[in-house]
Design a binder for this molecule. Sequence first.
Ligand code: AHR
Length: 663
Amino acid sequence: MKSKLLVLFFFLPFAILSAQPKVFTIQADKPVAQISSSMWGIFFEDINQGADGGLYAELVKNRSFEFDNPTMGWKITSSTFQLGINFGSEITVINQKEKEATNPRFLRVSMNNTPKGKLGIANEGFHGMGIKKDLRYDFSMLYRQQTVNSIIHIEIVSEKGAIIGSKTFKPNQMGDGWFKLETSLIATATDQKASLNIWFEGSGQLDLDMISLFPSDTWKGRKGGLRADMVQMLADMKPGFIRFPGGCIVEGRDLATRYQWKKTIGPVDERKLMINRWNTEIKDRPAPDYYQSFGLGFYEYFQMAEDIGAEPLPILSCGIACQFNTGELASLDNLDPYLQDALDLIEFANSAADTKWGKIRAALGHPAPFNLKMIGVGNENWGAQYIDRLQIFQAAIAKKYPTIKLVCSSGFMASGDVFNYLNGELRKMKISYIDEHYYSSPKWFLDNAKRYDSYDRASSSKVFVGEYAAQSVATTDMNNKNNWRTAIAEAAFLTGLERNAAIVQMASYAPLFAHVEGWQWKPDLIWVNNLKSMGTPNYYVQKLYSTNRGSYTVSMLNNKQQPAAGEDSLYASSVIDKISNELIIKIVNTVGKNQIAEINISGVKKIAESATLTVLQNNNLEAENSMNAANELVPIDLTIKTKANTISIELKPYSLNVIRVKL
Ligand code: AHR
């Protein structure tokens, strides 16, 4: 970093002398538009192993044997059985769905003077288990037995087969009910792809369920919680909102597989597991072991939103299944369960602890309301059937909760018949936020930096850019990359969102997380393996915008008295942060050569003599960050001098520059 700094200052005077500066004028005393406090946010969906095997820190896959194949993820060792002779030692799966609808299956271990190492189960985790040396791991399981005559040995085993953590214990309660056994062990080594062995010794019959292993270093140290490194990446963005739980996952392939929030709260063993729609959705990346355990459920989403200071933005089904799949419709006279889910969710989030759903929230540990202000109805739904259903939702929600704002979809593209129809209808309905999605080429992003300049400023409907990402090859192409070409195009485009903050009031990149081995969709904002997380160049672009949000925009014009939206390959916008009394300027140089910008600031007595300049830059548009070289593209902070209300800077080739100067 130091050497980069020296290079910049060495070349600066020469460059300034040799190139014609591009002149900009900022009118710092003329606010143009307030910037919504939730302008830059996060889109979360359980895609790419985002929740199970990702954010949700559980290390055991298929912990309750509820996958379609009940032993998927497990290896059963029963050496006596393998020889074809059963000495009364065996492991079987029992289904009692008539008694236990939400968690019907369990494992029955039958022992008969069984020695250690002959009868056991092993879990492979989610592409292995990430284990850290010296960290405590919390093991738990539900068990049931009629006699106390067995010993259990648990072992964490490294990829190479070494035991890197072990514990032996005796389940000592008996009776007809389930007992919870909890113990912990310390890992003696770090391994990215460990597994868990459980050996059974002794005699008798032992029923097992909900076999679980969690690291103790979860976010805020919560037991059974979230991966701290991943939540930290989100918190570092200081996001204005978090939209959850998707995405297409909200809608379901059919109505039965839609996301139903009420089934995701309460004791984890009572949350009914379901196949993840991304299990089969992308033909080239099948993920047969991708399920939703809902260990990360709606209560945890609200809690995380609160933790990271983001407005919660839940999205619910409107009674239409994913229109890329079945498009199954709930008939209009049968919409009540869908509507009730929305009304109850608002009560769950906002009502006092003596209401039905407020009481449930309080019992879960949060007596104070979550202060929900907006709710999404439908994701990427379209057609008249969507509008018909929305009208019913709109009327019912407005009647009971008049201050709650609705977020509604304008389809899966930002133009064309589907978009035009919905955009028109939603504006007629005065829907608060219209959710636009675009997964387009980097060129599209550059060409559309002026997209919102011509939007109707009088309309009461505002724009929520709910999903966007520049695609280096094409939408859903397996070869898409999170390269600098895509990120710098997004950086340029975002100047247009910022400049039009009166119209665009929320924006989020999508998808958010991807596991290096468990992904279905590229590009993604943050990549993870079992041990660490990595920000893409796109992540740093988002972060630079959200951590430099400002309070209101001010006009910034080039020498043609135009907003900088492509002239000389430059894109720029500027805002003022009322609290720190700073002018924040963002300039993106999208060409592969240095350019000099001379920025004159009018309307203030004097700007500070020095300013901070944060630069995200690379000469190579194909550059990417990777797990082994995560710092190829990261922002670098510098200090620059100002002169008589003018800032002159050298914009490096292909660079996003953020300047903060005190007024
Ligand atoms: O972000 C991935 C998917 O793209 C979302 O689930 C869906 O809304 C969109 O089509």
